[in-house]
Design a protein around this ligand. Structure first.
Ligand SMILES: C[S@@+](CC[C@H](N)C(=O)[O-])C[C@H]1O[C@@H](n2cnc3c(N)ncnc32)[C@H](O)[C@@H]1O
Length: 253
């Protein structure tokens, strides 16, 4: 597994490039974008390989549909169950391709494989099933949260402080538990109502042509953020955003 950075074609380590060049082929999921057309993140991987490992074939595995109905995902337990079913379906699809294509395979993983990425779990599932035997090596990548911090010239917490990394789905819980610095990933929307006094440093489509940065008091910038998300989706066909929220008045890094 090769962390490839979170959008910028040159946000990839020398070690990762070397691994790509030594691989027999590469493998990645192809998702059906909600807007139709091509999967922009698969296309970005093709571009990245073309630049750093010309000639390396990227084999696409059609990603099984995930149940996104609110009745199936309303609690954390339901959500986890849906995701585990989806992982099983993905593991089966990947196993089939891996069984047909021997050799060293590079799996280009968006950002860093340690943050909200299921590839490692899927590979573990495949090995647990026992049909295929392989060794997995993980090469780190630059995560979107690192790009966010760099672009805003931020340290993610105060001196000796704590930062919590969570999802949009669990933000409320983390805030209620008293967190002061929260990095939020996997946002289907911006669940920020009632957090007007918090400070936000937001990044949309980081590393891409549409990269957009916004910072300020939540109450002052929330409308701009919603607009920025809509604009990115309309103009670039995809939007991914990540942000740091800091409680109260202290906006020093
Ligand atoms: C499935 S997670 C994968 C995260 C990835 N493993 C990483 O380390 O960045 C996808 C989430 O990461 C964040 N993300 C990834 N790439 C991004 C980008 N280029 N700009 C802003 N956020 C991004 C968003 O929160 C998005 O919903």
């Amino acid at each position: 597994m090769v962390g490839i950075g979170s959008g910028g074609l040159d946000q990839i380590t020398v070690e990762a490039v070397q691994a790509l060049r030594e691989s027999d082929f590469a493998l990645a999921a192809v998702k059906r974008p909600s807007a139709g057309g091509e999967d922009p993140l698969f296309t970005r991987r093709v571009e990245l390989l073309g630049r750093h490992a010309p000639g390396l074939e990227l084999v696409g595995v059609q990603d099984p549909e995930r149940d996104r109905s609110s009745s199936s995902t309303s609690t954390h337990g339901d959500y986890r169950g849906v995701v585990l079913d989806w992982h099983e379906a993905r593991a089966l699809a990947w196993e089939q391709v891996l069984a047909e294509r021997p050799g060293d395979v590079a799996i280009p993983v968006w950002g860093d494989p340690a943050f909200y990425d299921s590839t490692l779990r899927i590979l573990d599932r495949i090995t647990e099933r026992g049909r295929l035997t392989f060794e997995v090596q993980v090469l780190p990548g630059i995560s979107a949260l690192q790009v966010l911090a760099a672009r805003h010239r931020l340290v993610l917490h105060e001196i000796g402080g704590t930062v919590t990394v969570t999802t949009g789905r669990r933000l409320r819980e983390v805030v209620a538990a008293g967190a002061d610095n929260v990095v939020v990933m996997l946002n289907s929307d911006l669940p920020l109502d009632g957090l007007d006094e918090w400070h936000i440093w937001w990044g949309g489509n980081l590393g891409d042509a549409g990269e957009t940065l916004v910072a300020g008091r939540v109450g002052d910038v929330l409308a701009d953020l919603r607009q920025a998300r809509e604009r990115l989706r309309a103009e670039h066909g995809w939007v991914m955003d990540v942000y740091l929220l800091r409680r109260g008045e202290d906006v020093s890094g």
